[in-house]
Design a binder for this molecule. Sequence first.
Ligand code: 13P
Length: 360
Amino acid sequence: MSEPVASVALQETAAAMVAGHRGLLAMDESISTCNKRFASVGIAQTEDMRRAYRELLITTPALAECINGVILVDETLRQMSTDGTPLAQIARNAGMLVGIKVDTGAKALAGHPGEHVTEGLDGLRERLQDYFRLGARFAKWRGVIAPAPAGRWPERPSSACIEANAHALARYAALCQEAGLVPIIEPEVLMDGDHTLARCAEVTEQVLHSVFEQLVCQGVMLEAVILKPNMVVAGLGCADQNTAEEVAAATVLCLLRTVPGAVPGIAFLSGGQTAVDASCRLNAMHTMFGPSSTAVPSNRRHPLPWPLSFSFARALQHPALDIWAGQHAHRAEAQSALLHRARCNRAALQGLWSLEIEAR
Ligand code: 13P
């Protein structure tokens, strides 16, 4: 029996998002988050500055060598470049798929102080149809989970928080597929806090189990989603930080335990890691578990069932944002900085990243 044309198209899009040792550029900060990042480097917080910045990113020469798709926010999807071309069209002309962030943000979860549930399901069917017409072929929704060390009271995350976010992610994913968009499913276990790597592993595993249970429950086609998880790392405030190899081993083990092989790709968020740490850890996953790895004895080596890629925002953009600082004269240098980060991450996907490549 042949598959419906729509599901074949979704699967092709999903495969194209993680193909060729390339990744995704997340440039979908909400207006308020983008303004905060602009304020931190002294850039005026106006719609035109946000447009200029996003135009700078999208028009970076050769970006498509390393980037399969860009994740935009509603404002950017409707903006034009200085010469009047829609920014989304520029991305497509360069060979990059266009994606759109569709959640409306994490809101306080009633009865659970300090925890959040992501909103945006009301009216989503109609918004997705509109985004498809505007050329988007994939979407993104982020749920946030804040862990606390084991044994601290009240227990964080609560099962209420995990289940509410997993349910919303699955409802969103089903609506995306109905509209012809591949859903990126982003359940982020935050790095804020003093929890250990082991605690992050435990919580991430719990969260991913719940997410895949809900995806199955809502009838989501697993062959046409991309998972965007956190790497398994200790909290930023934990005294005991880990090597790139420890992070890589814990992350891959967690994913092997939770993510079905039918999923066509996994693209990590950077979550507040430094740009270099994110590349180094991604590289370690590929040197340790990639096809030419010698780190795992051959009789115990699992070929990974999915490509491991990146969908970074801060770890790709930050050096470029600092250099640009809102100055037209710094544009070319900022674009080189973005391309450099994209190339470092592309090298990491092949296990070829090194401090020498980083210093080029
Ligand atoms: P970071 O890579 O900065 O964590 O952002 C990824 C993202 O898309 C957040 O939703």
